[in-house]
Design a protein around this ligand. Structure first.
Ligand code: PA5
Length: 435
């Protein structure tokens, strides 16, 4: 089995080999502190061993619940925000991307459609979702580690009522799944009182590191994605990144490269993709790195861009604007579907020279041309090669980014596992709501 791979070729004009040598001891020290569970936030390192050390009985319950939801419902409404939303959304889009238009209805019962609520406080969004739900059969997976987050709590109120009206209180009970703390929080109290099936967000796994717990695994399994392959990918990555020496360890190399670039004034990292299915992986990554590193006046600002689309909007700035950026390209090597271009008799658009070439060929040339142009323009480019968009490689990616994030945080001198800044807007919002 091949692996995802970090390619630093296009950082060479910006980072000298001796800079890697100079930072090596610091990166190794950060990784040692992490693996030795001696750093700040070390109570939140459950994710490090999750791919091999997880509750087997609960994992079986997750799979059984997924089958039940598939039998009972056409739609699963997943309610959660931040770390209780982005991992599942990223995985669903990576493995089964939303088609640009809804496919024609087929007589064959298709897979369960998964939609998300509680990711915002928009009235129009929720109203539209309820209307689209119509009288179709649905189940709900409400996810909140704290059990007290406002956005999902409000959405859950609405969907709980709708389920109870549609199926009676008893019927609703068998369609609600709560993923939350094992003992604390309003959601846990409610779930116990109402008798919902519950899944646990382990105490030692923070929201943004929770995709490989029931938080991500239940919606992912409901979508029919192979969760065993996902965990296997993460497990293989765990082994590799624990043992590989600095020069061959992509986690350590990624942490080193971004830290060196940050020290040279590169304040923004853009995660770049050329495939729409990767958009939400960047959203997940933005939270992971933004919330883990952005504190104490430090951190790289995380942004995502969808190319070639955003080359027609952000391209000018990236090529020519302030030089405080670097890019990390997510590059899927083998697409699972493609289109071959054909000749036309008149060749009015002048594209006959591409006849016989596939769209993926053109896309890859665009990526290569952009990478070279941006590098020439003073934007260092890192590249992560992903052999295929399969659950196995996604498992590798999740683990790669999580571990590199933790090492990066320690290298920066912050606690990567807290998020004190997230409370500020909440305090103001509650004060204003209660006035
Ligand atoms: O990473 C985090 O801790 C946050 O983004 C949380 O996941 C997010 O705020 C949602 O919190 P909760 O799961 O407690 O509702």
């Amino acid at each position: 089995m091949t692996n995802i791979q970090l390619d630093l070729t296009h950082t060479r004009a910006f980072i000298r080999p001796e800079e890697f040598s100079a930072i090596e001891p610091q990166v190794l020290a950060a990784a040692k502190v992490l693996d030795g569970r001696q750093g700040p936030g070390s109570d939140f390192l459950g994710w490090l061993d999750l791919p091999v050390k997880y509750d087997r009985a609960e994992f079986r319950r997750v799979k059984a619940a997924a089958k039940r939801i598939q039998r009972q419902s056409e739609i699963l409404v997943v309610i959660g925000i931040g770390g209780s939303y982005l991992g599942a959304k990223a995985a669903l889009e990576f493995c089964c991307p939303t088609p640009p238009i809804s496919p024609a209805p087929s007589r064959k019962k298709g897979p369960v459609q998964i939609c998300f609520a509680g990711t915002n406080l928009s009235g129009p969004y929720l109203a539209q979702l309820l209307e689209a739900l119509g009288d179709r059969d649905f189940s709900v997976n409400v996810i909140s580690k704290s059990g007290t987050t406002t956005e999902p709590a409000i959405a859950f109120r609405v969907f709980k009522k709708k389920l109870e009206e549609k199926y009676s209180k008893e019927g609703a009970r068998s369609r609600i799944y709560a993923t939350t703390d094992k003992a604390r929080g309003a959601l846990k109290t409610l779930a116990d009182r109402e008798g919902y099936e519950t899944f646990v967000v382990p105490d030692d796994v923070g929201g943004r590191f929770s995709v490989l717990t029931a938080v991500g695994l239940l919606p992912i399994a409901v979508a029919g994605i192979d969760v065993d392959a996902l965990l296997q990918g993460a497990a293989d990555a765990r082994t590799r990144y624990r043992t590989a020496p600095f020069a061959e360890n992509d986690v350590l190399q990624y942490a080193a490269a971004r830290n060196i670039l940050h020290r040279k004034g590169k304040a923004i990292e853009m995660l770049i993709n050329y495939e729409p299915r990767l958009h939400f992986l960047a959203e997940w990554w933005k939270q992971l790195y933004g919330e883990s590193e952005g504190k104490d006046g430090k951190g790289i600002f995380t942004a995502g861009a969808d190319f070639t689309t955003d080359l027609h909007s952000l391209g000018q700035y990236i090529q020519d604007g302030r030089r405080h950026l670097f890019e990390t390209l997510l590059d899927i090597e083998r697409p699972e579907a493609d289109i071959t271009l054909e000749t036309t008799a008149d060749d009015l658009d002048g594209l006959n020279y591409l006849a016989g070439k596939t769209l993926d060929y053109v896309n890859k040339k665009a990526a290569q041309g952009t990478l070279e142009a941006h590098t020439d323009g003073g934007v260092p480019n890192l590249r992560i090669a992903i052999p295929e968009a399969t659950p196995y490689y996604l498992g590798q990616l999740f683990y790669f980014f999580e571990k590199a994030c933790a090492v990066s945080g320690y290298l920066l001198g912050v606690n990567p596992f807290d998020q004190p800044g997230v409370e500020a807007y909440k305090k103001n919002m509650f004060r204003l709501l209660k006035e």
